[in-house]
Design a binder for this molecule. Structure first.
Ligand SMILES: Cc1ncc(COP(=O)(O)O)c(C=O)c1O
Length: 397
């Protein structure tokens, strides 16, 4: 008889960790599909909530709970849930709060794929939508109908960085839940629930994780709403992978440090770019020329994160392409909030699915470049950007 025929060392039984009296200094990853349940009585108790435990990772997993607890602490929320991506979080919240026949108010200038999702709610799920300017609370109040179920805005719009006055919008909505995407700002810069939002969502693929190696979403709010959102997420299969939760949990340890550094560098770069002869316009809320400078001063004393949008003085996509090639050490990457500084072109990435006319109505021209400032020193980025700008735009001096 060979060893492999023994029941104890059959490959399907291998890999279980022994018991030990110490605890790991870093949280373990519970990379498991399911959890072994002692018996049927315990299963019943788990389902009733009289025993604490986990059954199936699509519903819940200790890494979901651990990250959810950190997010609720950071957002000062009763509860938080985790999802396979930022879009998973937004979709789960939208499908929980709204149903066929309901009305939804949506900010006109959201992340492109969120706008696409909202269009689907209308086309496939039978909701009606009114698009509004999130910087105009009166327009929001005027959009309210008897069947309005929620309103969706971003703390700072993508890519032109228009800052919403969350408290004014929440007031305009009365009891209607306000859902705020705070991906660009994080709880280090603002806690939307404290300004009257009902639910805050994030693409944790961005600053919360902060290292450009995770796809994850989170949502936080009151316990009852989040319980329903979790149920939606389980049914639609939007739940997060334990490993991604673990990586994000690790990323959160440095979130305040990273956000402080990113804001400092970004504020300086925005001011410098604003005076650069090869740049025709800079969109950043710390600049007095920005449309929402006053609200930004009130809500974001540190800064509004690491995104700067700016335009070249002409040349369309070709000029942007030349700039990207010239900016050799600043990669073109259609994401943001990596620890590295990256550059993107909203007209062909996040808002590429729109017609040119619709994009121009939002102010997204072909010459618009979006910079996501990372953790490199200011002087390094200044030098690299200056060289790339001067390589594509003829300027004197
Ligand atoms: C503001 C904002 N919200 C949501 C998302 C979607 O997040 P994810 O890519 O994690 O699905 C993004 C992605 O870029 C975003 O920028």
């Amino acid at each position: 008889m060979t060893a492999s025929t023994s029941n104890d060392d059959h490959p399907s039984r291998m890999g279980h960790i022994p018991e030990f009296v110490t605890t790991p200094s870093a949280p373990p990853i519970f990379q498991t599909t399911a959890f072994d349940v002692p018996d049927l009585n315990t299963l019943a108790e788990l389902y009733q909530g009289t025993a604490h435990g986990y059954v199936y990772t699509r519903d819940s997993n200790p890494n979901h709970t651990a990250l959810g607890k950190s997010i609720s602490d950071l957002e000062h929320a009763e509860s938080a849930a985790v999802f396979a991506s930022g879009m998973g979080a937004i979709a789960a919240v939208a499908l929980t709060l709204g149903a066929a026949g309901d009305h939804v108010i949506v900010a006109r200038s959201l992340y492109g794929i969120t706008l696409k999702l909202m269009a689907r709610l209308q086309q496939q799920f039978g909701m009606t939508i009114t698009y509004v300017d999130a910087c105009n609370p009166t327009e929001v109040a005027d959009a309210v109908q008897s069947n309005t179920r929620f309103c969706m805005i971003e703390t700072v719009s993508n890519p032109l960085l228009e800052v919403a006055d969350i408290a004014a919008i929440a007031k305009a909505l009365g009891d209607i839940p306000l859902v705020v995407d705070s991906t660009f700002t994080t709880p280090v810069l603002i806690r939307p629930l404290e300004h009257g939002a009902a639910v805050v969502v994030h693409s944790a693929s961005k600053y919360l994780n902060g290292h450009g190696d995770v796809m994850l979403g989170v949502a936080a709010g009151d316990a009852k709403t989040m319980k329903s959102v979790r149920e939606t997420s389980s049914v639609f299969g939007q739940n997060a992978n334990p490993f991604e939760c673990w990586l994000t949990q690790r990323g959160l340890r440095t979130l305040p440090l990273r956000m402080t550094q990113v804001c400092q560098t970004t504020n300086r770069l925005a001011e410098w770019l604003n005076g650069h002869p090869a740049v025709s316009k800079v969109y950043h809320p710390t600049l007095p020329s920005h449309a929402t400078y006053a609200v930004a001063q009130k809500l974001y004393p540190q800064g509004v994160g690491g995104i700067i949008a700016f335009t070249l003085p002409g040349g369309g996509k070709a000029a942007v392409n030349d700039f990207m090639i010239a900016a050799k050490s600043i990669p073109f990457s259609p994401t943001l909030a990596d620890s590295r500084t990256t550059v993107s072109h909203p007209a062909t990435t996040s808002h590429g699915f729109m017609t040119k006319a619709a994009r121009l109505e939002l102010g997204i021209t072909d010459e618009l470049i979006r910079l996501s400032v990372g953790l490199e020193p200011f002087e390094l980025l200044q030098r690299e950007l200056d060289e790339a700008l001067r390589a594509v735009v003829q300027v004197e001096g």
